[in-house]
Write a protein that binds this ligand. Structure first.
Ligand code: SAJ
Length: 428
């Protein structure tokens, strides 16, 4: 199947890089978003999200006219839905954006089109939610138009590279839909393209993120055990990982972002009777900010009025994404305990947080602080020179939740450096 023009609904972390990459490969692309601010800023050449390499790519395809933006879908050969699937407070998938995106395609859906859902979704969403909506057009899936699910699997911070190099799964509702999906994605994908059915590909996506969540949960649980037994978790993991079949991930302040902290719940919701391990892992990761807080309180039992520099608010290193960030959870706990927190997030200096002072420079965060708490392993924090930091702050106690700072160097510079899950080297 040939694709001269494709329409991508949703211009967020996935939709915009995907649209830009297709345009970069010479395809005419219409990118659609229902947020007028997104459309306005893109039309002014401003990219509303931070992702290495994305600015340059967007600039190129706007300048050569291959990418245009619109507030509603237009007729095209193929449609890709890349909208968020958040969840409600009770951990149930919120498919309103997916439904709205499918409905927005209805008026422009034509015979011969291919529609691909990329949004992470509970099993059976393509068949039971998207297909019936699109068939309200009077056209039949598999007969008049093709329909597939193809999950995005790119890692924020490396999206541009992974979009091209990662293996791509395409699950059609029938064979023709799968092969049409393959024709579409081979335009941008250099990695392997694996064809399967729609429900398998939905489940593959959820399994990948759940697998990672469960593995991080065990690392976090190990950090609690290490803390109890006077072990240094970082040393212990380093040794355990020398085993040829063991690969323990890193503990930290918790699991954030819009994927791994959300997606496992889709499986729990879909089959609560079969998912006790998945649910428990989510609960371990969700309570890790409390473990961080308890560890800090053990060092400083009365946090009232203590001036704390909280370094990093993003959900993980070197990204500007704050969604579901455990660092923010920790900051809230500190503020609730009466600490005077100054939070610094270098990738989002515009960000404000109720009840917490956010500052725009590292100097401001450090200047009169008594305790430093490293919450995100941003490269610029990990490479800080402790001797230089010591000159900028009266603080001499630092708590590192991500193993970002070398204890010896910081101690030589006059700091007491405590780390998450490291009771072996604790000074108190
Ligand atoms: N984290 C740890 N310890 C680790 C690794 C990660 O605590 O050893 C934390 C991070 O700090 C972060 C969270 O887990 O808070 C998730 O970060 P991540 O880097 O593991 O993953 P995401 O959410 O950025 O991207 C994931 C990826 N999925 C997998 O690696 C299986 C990515 O490939 C997916 O495309 C993405 O979810 C998605 O969009 O679903």
């Amino acid at each position: 199947m040939d694709f001269g023009h494709i329409c991508i609904v949703g211009l967020g972390y996935i939709g915009l890089p995907t649209a830009s990459m297709f345009a970069h490969k010479g395809i005419r692309v219409t990118g659609v978003d229902n947020n007028p601010q997104v459309i306005d800023s893109l039309r002014q050449g401003k990219v509303h999200i931070f992702e290495p390499g994305l600015n340059e790519l967007v600039k190129e395809v706007f300048e050569n006219g291959r990418l245009e933006v619109s507030d509603q879908p237009v007729e095209a050969d193929a449609f890709i839905i890349a909208v968020p699937t958040p969840f409600y407070d009770e951990k149930k998938a919120d498919l309103r954006f997916v439904r709205a995106a499918a409905e927005s395609i209805l008026p422009v859906l034509r015979t011969g089109n291919l529609v691909v859902l990329e949004s992470t979704s509970p099993p059976l969403t393509t068949l039971n939610v998207v297909k019936p909506i699109l068939e309200r057009s009077g056209l039949h899936a598999g007969k008049d138009f093709l329909l597939a699910y193809s999950p995005e699997r790119v890692l924020p911070g490396q999206i541009i590279k992974e979009l091209v190099e990662n293996a791509r799964v395409i699950g059609g509702i029938d064979h023709a839909s799968s092969t049409a999906g393959q024709d579409l994605y081979k335009i941008i994908v250099e990695g392997e393209i694996v064809l399967t059915d729609a429900t398998t590909s939905e489940m593959v996506k959820l399994m990948e993120n759940t697998y990672r969540d469960v593995n991080i949960a065990i690392a976090n649980e190990f950090s609690r055990l290490a803390d109890r037994f006077g072990v240094d978790i970082w040393e212990a993991i380093g040794i355990a990982n020398r085993h040829p079949r063991v690969r323990i991930l890193n503990p930290g302040p918790g699991v954030g972002g819009h994927c791994i902290s959300v997606d496992p719940w889709f499986l729990v919701e879909a089959a609560p009777d079969l998912t006790s391990l998945i649910r428990t892992s989510r609960e371990v990761n969700d309570t890790q900010p409390e473990f961080v807080m308890d560890s800090i309180k053990r060092l400083v039992p009365d946090l009232k009025g203590k001036r704390i520099a909280a370094l990093g608010l993003a959900f993980k290193p070197d990204v500007d994404d704050l969604r579901e960030s455990p660092a923010i959870e920790v900051v809230h706990h500190l503020a609730k305990a009466g600490a005077q927190v100054k939070a610094f997030e270098p990738f989002r200096t515009d960000f404000t947080l109720a009840g917490v002072q956010t500052v725009t420079t590292l100097d401001e965060a450090l200047t009169d602080s008594e305790i430093l708490v490293l919450l995100v392993g941003h490269s610029q924090f990990k490479t800080l020179d402790p001797v230089a930091v010591a000159k900028l702050t009266p603080a001499r106690l630092a708590f590192d939740t991500v193993n970002g700072w070398q204890r010896e160097r910081w101690q030589q510079a006059g700091f007491t450096l405590e780390r998450l899950g490291d009771r072996k080297n604790t000074k108190r």
